[in-house]
Design a binder for this molecule. Sequence first.
Ligand SMILES: [Zn+2]
Length: 456
Amino acid sequence: MEPTCQPLRCFSESHRLELLNDDGVQTVTSVEQRKVERSIQEVLSVYQQVHNLPQPALLREQHYQYLKKGLRHLSDAYECLDASRPWLCYWILHSLELLEEPVPAAVASDVCQFLARCQSSTGGFAGGPGQHAHLAPTYAAVNALCILGTDEAYGVIDSHGNECWHPSPTREKLLDFLYSVKQPDGSFVMHVGGEVDVRSVYCAASVASLTNIITPTLFEGTHNWILSCQNWEGGLGGVPGLEAHGGYTFCGTAALVILGKENMLDLKALLRWVTSRQMRYEGGFQGRCNKLVDGCYSFWQAGLLPLLHRALFKDGDRTLSLSSWMFERQALQEYLLLCCQNPGGGLLDKPGKSRDFYHTCYCLSGLSIAQHFGNKDLHHELVLGKEENRLDASARTQARESGRDGELERKTQATCHLSSWGPPSPAGSPPMTWPCTEGGSADMKREVLESPVDAH
Ligand SMILES: [Zn+2]
């Protein structure tokens, strides 16, 4: 492990030079930016007064208690997410996974039974029991079930003729649902009669690859549609012609990675766009040009770097660093640990905002990306603060020792389990199965540069 860098960047003399210079021209956005910078200055100043030795700590126990409670009880504030309930399961389970906190068997079983109630008879999952199937909760539910990884969890995706499930879910139905939202131009709508955007493509690609139901026709034309979302800025918009945005850019790029077409993007333009989204003073990322920092973009933006790194490596880029992602990893960790933690547990967008499970999930995911580079022989860590701040440590160690990547392992587990029952076979669409291989595949170099965290 590399030594912890001290002193902290945000306490250095030169850090103030990174504050916004508006050249004497005030705008609505420059005023907002100043406000955020002032609130961060205040947080840093209080921290400095209280701590002689700056050793930012990840509040593991507080986050764990907050997450554990959320699996059973939600406050009234979550009423507005009544159509996103599988997301709450996913955000909490993924956060617990990053913190390496096991889920008790009884709780895991309850989550499975709840998600089963969200499943639609038309295939796919809805945002809550009795609602219509939708690609976003389908992504959340399938990923949450694969995190649990129990027979019961896989049984919710495909009962494999087990009569204890009524109606019995199958991957054929899931595939039917994906075809029902596929559009002739290769894009997908979020639900039958719903809107098209690049989130839907990623949700469909993630779900289809995890459950091993990709067919030659399911994603026909999809890569060309995604490529048309990359605009002059270098990032991707929600649909062709829209402004580049971190969430959409991650979704489009990750979908292309799943489809094996990421090298068709203008990778250099994308790299320039995403690295320019890391904020000079704050250290965190903004979602779009001229917007404010937000903790959740620690994943949506920083998560692009491992994907880009791998794609550029495949392109034979010899100038790539083999020890670090191409962003300021310490600055991001400083922002997340000093500015985005609620003392009572849970993480947040920026100082002054409330904690929530969405930001907890993606702030922790971003922290993990900033801490870990590559895996196996090329694994480098940069863990700011104490040793206990390291996320996903044992999974990392196991991955290194066994020569396998943690995420790849989960995908392998899920696809092996589901494909052991045989692939679904819709008429005229023979499935294109993922190779159910151990991590030590033929192209070891490619794997070395796999994303260390969630390429979800
Ligand atoms: Zn956010």
